[in-house]
Design a binder for this molecule. Structure first.
Ligand SMILES: O=C(O)c1ccccc1NCC(=O)[C@H](O)[C@H](O)COP(=O)(O)O
Length: 203
């Protein structure tokens, strides 16, 4: 089966149209994390989602969300909750949608804990700093068991390295933000998205 493609950090309806037209499979929006230049409000996220094709899965990207935030996300029309940092028991219980747990290098050894949770449908393996555009050592993923949950590779991917990344790591999905951006937080570049999707599909 061909690798899925996720474009993360959308900030506008224009980004959504470019992602939909590229044939990418998933799109992510950063929520409840004002430190990020890509952070959007729930109402902005709803506008962005309404400009996405129905067949693009919509991810709410969060850092240690609380239960109220998770409820708001579940009710806003997202398909998947992506959690970096801590996933509290309350947040887990509050989620009405499947969860993808993100790991930022130093916490990869916690994977075992999440593999047992029914609502956790996959993992994102990302660099140490959220959305930094930096790669990490893919050797760290060599011993991660494939347990049937979605295995998503992120962190510093772009059109130049995505082909090698897929051949080397064999993920179910590749995830990119900085590598297809005009500049941090100001939106995605249509041509960079198209080049990324083309090179990922060739792998
Ligand atoms: O992008 C952010 O600012 C961000 C903020 C809070 C949590 C996660 C965030 N980004 C995660 C991602 O967008 C992805 O995992 C991503 O595709 C990897 O980012 P990049 O290295 O920039 O491609």
């Amino acid at each position: 089966m061909s690798v899925k493609i996720k474009i993360c950090g959308l900030v506008s309806a224009e980004d959504a149209v470019n992602v939909s037209e590229s044939g990418a499979d998933m799109a992510g929006m950063v929520l409840f994390f004002p430190k990020s230049k890509r952070n959007v409000s729930i109402s902005q996220a709803k506008e962005i989602m309404s400009a996405l094709s129905d067949n693009v899965k919509k991810y709410a990207v969060t850092v240690s969300p609380d239960a109220d935030q998770v409820r708001e996300i579940s009710e806003a029309g997202f398909d998947i909750l992506q959690v970096h940092g801590k996933l509290s028991d309350e947040a887990y219980e509050a989620s009405a949608i499947p969860i993808v747990k993100a790991f930022n290098v130093t916490d990869i050894d916690m994977l075992d804990k999440y593999s047992k949770l029914d609502k956790v449908c996959g993992y994102v393996f990302d660099a140490a700093e959220y959305g930094s555009g930096k790669c990490f050592d893919w050797k760290l993923l060599d011993d991660i068991p494939r347990d049937g949950k979605m295995f998503i590779l992120a962190g510093g991917l772009d059109s130049e390295n995505v082909f090698d990344a897929i051949r080397r790591v064999r993920p179910d999905c590749v995830d990119v933000s900085s590598g297809v951006e005009k500049d941090v937080g100001i939106g995605k570049d249509r041509n960079k998205i198209l080049a990324f999707v083309k090179n990922a599909r060739m792998a």
